[in-house]
Design a protein around this ligand. Structure first.
Ligand code: SF4
Length: 483
């Protein structure tokens, strides 16, 4: 299939999909669907789509809420703090351990990431308020886990609705336990998706973490902070190895395998290295304005982007670091070439449809392309326009772009543009597998990983091969086709 014919299929699929909607929904969804072209450089957003808008009521959105953005993404991985999900138990239970934020430490002793803490609201708490319950929970936590370094209070919806003053409770309990208690007003109803939760979480770091001092780590010209790597399946570890081999000193890792002290020490970095722009650009911009720390984005998915990023990062430092970057690339290139020699012949020409959040709808494109695969559809659950404008620079051919896509649209696009693999979230996984389509879950790497860095790419390539070339698909027919 040539690029022209695929482009026309993509455009007619888009038109047909929209026709199925009632008039009002059609008008709304038309703004969020498009076909992006590499020549669209001047276009404001890839495919001309609009983003960060309210989901059409009644459709099955794949988005999370502000609480999910704060607790599930930004604060949850900070390992030596307890993050209380303040409100009913459900939000807490469903946000627990889903992201596979790996860490080093003794769970329940000095590390708490995979434990679930909630104030478990009941009717009487909704009626009479939960301040006392929250105070008691914080005191108990401090007593049961004396090595805990602090507590964050992650508000669920009812807290904002009944008007509980978590700021006041946090202030009171900070004095009571003599450790920071950080209130985060990330009630799920705020904003249109988890995206606002990231912003609120970043603001809480600004207001409650930067106001206290971290430990003395000294100072070198090579101090950097990794920002927006959540160490899913060990991603941050695979990335950190490369930065350290290059001669840089990673003084803070936010927030996968992070400590409260590392958050505090962030402003001591000479350069912030930002991986997930969507979730951490706010605090990076703040550190630039307030502490004069520049930040750059990097991409450690796939060897080509990793080589490019290592050079980009090194260019911010002296010749010694730049020479080291070349040595690191020279060391790992044969390893990466061997991975490509093994997997590229098995994957070349395969077409990929992506649908994820954060940075992955654009950052993983290069990794697939290294394997000779093509991206024919991509989109974000909760992006802003600047994510889509960044995506324009990554696509190599006509690509369907869908913002806040729903199940109907994803299935319909799949049937029309016929990808060889779908790489999306857990909510999509079983639908597409039942359709007989190879699938990889790209939120937590389908219980695999890491996918970042050179270590990660070897695993990524193996996983894509396992998904696409598994003989299981020959035995699988969609139940609705069989009927
Ligand atoms: S929207 Fe509200 S109730 Fe639902 S998960 Fe988020 S915080 Fe909990």
């Amino acid at each position: 299939m040539g690029p022209e014919s695929l482009e026309s299929i993509q455009k007619s699929a888009l038109e047909d999909i929209l026709k199925k909607y009632p008039e009002k929904a059609q008008k709304d969804r038309a703004k969020h669907l498009g076909v992006g072209l590499p020549a669209d450089e001047s276009q404001k957003t890839c495919g001309g789509v609009q983003s960060n808008k309210k989901t059409v009521p009644g459709v099955m959105s794949q988005r999370g809420c502000a609480y999910a953005g704060s607790k599930g993404v930004v604060w949850g991985p900070v390992k030596d703090m307890v993050h209380i999900s303040h409100g009913p138990v459900g939000c807490s239970q469903y946000s627990r351990s889903g992201r596979r934020n790996y860490y080093i430490g003794s769970t329940g002793v000095d590390t708490f990431v995979t434990m679930n803490f909630t104030t478990d609201f009941q009717e009487r708490d909704i009626v009479f308020g939960g301040d006392k319950k929250l105070t008691k929970a914080i005191e108990e936590i401090n007593e049961l886990f004396p090595l805990v370094k602090g507590v964050s209070v992650q508000s669920e919806c009812p807290i904002g609705l009944i008007g509980d003053d978590i700021q006041a409770t946090a202030k009171k309990t900070t004095a009571l336990i003599n450790k920071p208690v950080i209130p985060v007003s990330c009630e799920g109803f705020r904003g249109v998706s988890q995206s606002l939760g990231h912003h609120i979480a970043n603001d809480a770091i600004r207001d409650h973490v930067f106001t206290s001092k971290g430990s003395d780590v000294g100072s070198t010209p090579y101090d950097v902070a990794i920002i927006g790597d959540y160490n899913i399946g060990g991603d941050a570890w695979a990335s950190r190895i490369l930065l350290e081999e290059m001669g840089l000193r990673v003084i803070a890792q936010w927030s996968g395998d992070a400590t409260l002290n590392e958050l505090r020490n962030g402003p001591k970095a000479k350069l912030n290295l930002l991986h997930c722009y969507r979730s951490m650009n706010y605090v990076s911009r703040h550190m630039e304005q307030e502490f004069n720390i520049p930040w750059i984005e990097y991409n450690f998915f796939g060897p080509s982007k990793t080589y490019e990023s290592l050079r980009k990062i090194a260019s911010q430092f002296d010749q010694g670091v730049q020479d080291n970057a070349e040595k690191v690339i020279a060391k790992y290139k044969p390893v990466m070439d061997a991975v490509l020699d093994k997997y590229k012949p098995r994957l070349e020409g395969k077409k990929v449809m992506l649908y994820v959040g954060g940075l992955r709808p654009r950052h993983v494109i290069g990794a697939y392309e290294d394997l000779g695969m093509e991206i024919i559809g991509t989109g974000y659950e909760f992006a802003h326009n600047d994510d889509y404008s960044r995506t324009t620079h990554e696509i190599q051919r006509s690509t369907v772009i869908y913002d806040d896509a729903n199940e109907y649209e994803l299935e319909a696009f799949c049937k029309r543009i016929k990808p060889d693999i779908v790489a999306a979230g857990v909510k999509e996984k079983y639908t597409f597998q039942k359709m007989g389509l190879p699938f990889r879950q790209m939120h937590s790497w389908d219980y695999s990983g890491p996918y970042h860095g050179f270590d990660g790419f070897a695993i990524f390539a193996r996983d894509m091969d396992m998904a696409i070339n598994s003989p299981v698909w020959g035995h699988n027919k969609a139940p609705w086709d069989a009927a």
